[in-house]
Write a protein that binds this ligand. Structure first.
Ligand code: HEM
Length: 151
């Protein structure tokens, strides 16, 4: 069910032009309501989510080779800010654009999907309501165009 939802988002989002928004780190869709941010447990909830998510990314054979040698604490911090912003929270993501952060990583679709799956597992483990999970996935889905650089 969740996978189907995400697959539909991915295919639909291909039609949207996002380059200029991405270049300025502007969220691709309007931020969700602050209620969604609350459903994630606000900042402490996002920090907890990242503490669960990052080890899963390191352990996954598709994403591990990129995350294991990376500055995991830094990425977790940036992800908290980014997710806080796209979930409608009181944050402004000031990290790199998705295009420049991932430009030299040679990420393919299978790796992108693996990251999304691990995120879903983490969100389930944190008991985040299904509807709120989907709101986050809807915000992240269009970013695939800037993250995936390898066919
Ligand atoms: C929607 C999907 C994704 C989002 C929202 C996302 C988000 C981010 C963010 C916020 C950063 C930190 C940028 C900064 O330092 O300013 C980052 C860095 C990074 N991401 Fe992603 N990412 C996504 C997909 C992926 C995938 C699929 C992989 C690999 C399988 C990946 C690997 C990395 C790595 C290795 C870094 C660190 C790069 C460096 O240190 O230069 N990301 N990502």
């Amino acid at each position: 069910m969740k996978k189907l939802f995400f697959a539909i988002l991915l295919s639909v989002s291909g039609a949207v032009s996002i380059d200029s928004a991405q270049a300025q780190n502007v969220p691709l869709m309007a931020p969700t309501s602050v209620e969604v941010y609350k459903a994630f447990g606000e900042k402490p909830g996002l920090v907890k989510l990242m503490d669960d998510f990052m080890p899963r990314l390191v352990a996954n054979p598709l994403t591990g080779p990129l995350f294991a040698p990376s500055n995991q604490e830094h990425i977790k911090k940036e992800l908290v800010e980014q997710f806080c912003q796209v979930l409608g929270g009181p944050c402004t993501y000031q990290g790199q654009s998705m295009k420049s952060a991932h430009a030299r990583l040679n990420i393919n679709k299978a790796q992108f999907n693996a990251l999304v799956q691990e995120l879903q597992i983490s969100m389930d483990a944190m008991d985040i309501p299904f509807r709120a999970q989907n709101q986050l996935l809807a915000q992240l889905a269009p970013m695939y165009r800037d993250v995936i650089t390898v066919k």
